[in-house]
Design a protein around this ligand. Sequence first.
Ligand code: FES
Length: 61
Amino acid sequence: MENSKITIIPNGPAMIQGNCEVTLPNGEVVVKEGRTTLCRCGLSANKPFCDGKHKGEFKVD
Ligand code: FES
């Protein structure tokens, strides 16, 4: 697997650029290709992935 780049978006998600595998709390492994965003604010309805709900007044930094 190639190296991935992780960027913390101010007041937003952690963005992973590059292929990765995400292991969910139930043990399921989700293979993601390209770009993946992980929620840092806790508001996403699709955790651990960002669904854009961080936008607005909520600050995570
Ligand atoms: S960081 Fe985007 S919904 Fe939480």
